[in-house]
Structure formats: structure tokens, C-alpha cells
Design a protein around this ligand. Structure first.
Ligand code: IPE
Ligand code: IPE
Ligand code: MG
Length: 253
């Protein structure tokens, strides 16, 4: 069993992103409707947020609803939206108690008015908190985000803010909804699916990927610790050789 102290004393990922998957299967396994799984996923969110805040992780991004999830049965989408409102309202206190600042990425204009309103209120209320930044990805998909960035950059070129040749990684990153948010070092997906499902495609270029069979409603801080410990045991080479990396580590002493 990995303890909090063991991982906190090593290099922590500054940004952890999680694809919270498996709610529906968790509920079905218990003979319940899928929505029961979503409701029970809230406890996993709470524990993960608290544990991340305690550890000193700076950014935690949670994939809560994808652009493609709008294509689910209407009753499930409605249930998810109303759960979102209840959860945001109920959990704002937990966020305040843990000094967590709430942010959101995605096509927020496509959210129902009451969701947008409550989300905005929670974002404002927590805006001066200085601990963990909790980023909710809502009505989010990476291709939507990338296409939007291209439109924005094209408009800036048309407005002569810069020329085509100026476009570089930095300009592109700044046109994404994640501008000002560092790229995730660690991406976790629960439920045993080994795919990205249109999440942060640009930002995870060099993220370490961690897949666990645990279904999201069962995910707790010990699962998070296990993922971080796994990350801490990896060598991130960024295209260099292993020798170059260890030379650097030795030079830093
Ligand atoms: C993740 O769980 C929650 C959302 C995508 C909103 P799922 O609802 O995808 O659960 P499974 O994958 O069907 O088990
Ligand atoms: C990804 O899960 C989206 C979220 C967790 C919000 P899905 O369950 O929608 O992904 P697929 O359909 O299995 O790829
Ligand atoms: Mg799923």
C-alpha cells in the first residue's frame, strides 16, 4: 500500500487529468440504472479532489461530460445535467474548505442555463482560492477545441495581429481553452478502456498515461496514490536518450 508521505516527498505531477469512466457499468453490475453510477461517482470526485489538494497538486482536470456524450439518451443527459447542478452547489463548501479554485473548459455555452449559472457562481466564489485548481471539462472535446483554436488564429491573421509565419506552439496553445493551464504530466483513465476519447489531444503530447480497471465510483485516494507512484517510477525522456536524462539528473545533483 502506498502512503501519502511516500509520494509527496518525491516529484509530484503538477497537473493530473482524469477520464472518469465506468459509472454505467458499475451501476449495471449492481443491477441498477446507469444514473445510479453517476450519482455514486460524486464520492470519487470528492475524495480525489481532497487528496490532490492535500498533496499539493496544482491542477486537476476532470473529464465530466464530452461533446459526444450529448448523443446519449435524453433521460441520461438530463440526469447528468441535474446531477451537475446539485453537485456544484453541494460541493462548493468542500472546495472552499480545501482552498480549491474551480475552473471549467469546454463549450460552456451549450450547457443548459441553470448549469451555466451555477457553474459560473461556483467559479466566482472560489476564484480567490490559492490551492488546487480544479478544472472541469464539460461539453468538452479536443477536436472541438482545436478547430476553435484554428478559427481564432485565422481571425487574428485576418485582423493582421500576426502573420502566418509567426504561428508556433505558444500561439497555438494560447488559442486553446486551456491557455494559462500547464500541460498534464499524468493522465489517468478508469474502467479498463485504453483510449483517449477526444480528451486534451494537444496537451497530452508528453503526458504519462495510466490505465486502471477500477470503475470510477470505486476510485479513491489510494488509487490516485498508486497512479502517482507509478508515474514517479517512470523515466520521462522527451525524445532524448536515457543517458542524457541521467547526466542531467546527476548534474543537478
Ligand atoms: C463516465 O461513465 C461518465 C460519463 C461519460 C458522463 P460512463 O457513463 O461512460 O460509464 P460506462 O463507461 O458506460 O460504464
Ligand atoms: C469519456 O467517456 C468521456 C467522459 C468520461 C466524460 P465515454 O464513456 O464517453 O467514452 P467512450 O465512448 O467509451 O469512448
Ligand atoms: Mg464510458
Amino acid at each position: 500500500m502506498i502512503t501519502k508521505e511516500q509520494i509527496a516527498s518525491k516529484h509530484l505531477p503538477g497537473h493530473i487529468a482524469i477520464i472518469m469512466d465506468g459509472n454505467g457499468r458499475w451501476a449495471r453490475q449492481k443491477g441498477n440504472p446507469r444514473v445510479f453510477g453517476h450519482k455514486n461517482g460524486v464520492a470519487a470526485v470528492r475524495d480525489t479532489v481532497e487528496a490532490s489538494a492535500e498533496l499539493g497538486v496544482k491542477y486537476l482536470t476532470l473529464y465530466a461530460f464530452s461533446t459526444e456524450n450529448w448523443n446519449r439518451p435524453r433521460t441520461e443527459v438530463d440526469a447528468l445535467m441535474s446531477l451537475l447542478v446539485t453537485t456544484i452547489n453541494k460541493e462548493t463548501k468542500t472546495l472552499m474548505d480545501n482552498n480549491v479554485r474551480l475552473l471549467a473548459i469546454g463549450d460552456l455555452e451549450s450547457l443548459p442555463a441553470n448549469v451555466a449559472k451555477n457553474l459560473k457562481a461556483a467559479i466566482e466564489k472560489t476564484s480567490t482560492n490559492t490551492g488546487l485548481n480544479l478544472v472541469l471539462a464539460l461539453s468538452y472535446s479536443a477536436r472541438w477545441e482545436i478547430v476553435n483554436a484554428v478559427k481564432k488564429i485565422a481571425a487574428d491573421v485576418a485582423a493582421k495581429k500576426f502573420v502566418v509565419n509567426d504561428i508556433d506552439n505558444e500561439i497555438f496553445s494560447n488559442a486553446l481553452t486551456t491557455c494559462n493551464i500547464p500541460d498534464p504530466e499524468l493522465l489517468i483513465r478508469t474502467s479498463g478502456e485504453n483510449r483517449i476519447s477526444n480528451f486534451l489531444l494537444w496537451q497530452i503530447a508528453y503526458a504519462e498515461l495510466y490505465f486502471t480497471p477500477t470503475l470510477w465510483p470505486d476510485f479513491r485516494r489510494e488509487h490516485l496514490y498508486a497512479a502517482i507512484a507509478d508515474y514517479q517510477g517512470r523515466e520521462r525522456r522527451f525524445g532524448k536518450t536515457s543517458e542524457q536524462i541521467s547526466e542531467n539528473v546527476n548534474a543537478k545533483g
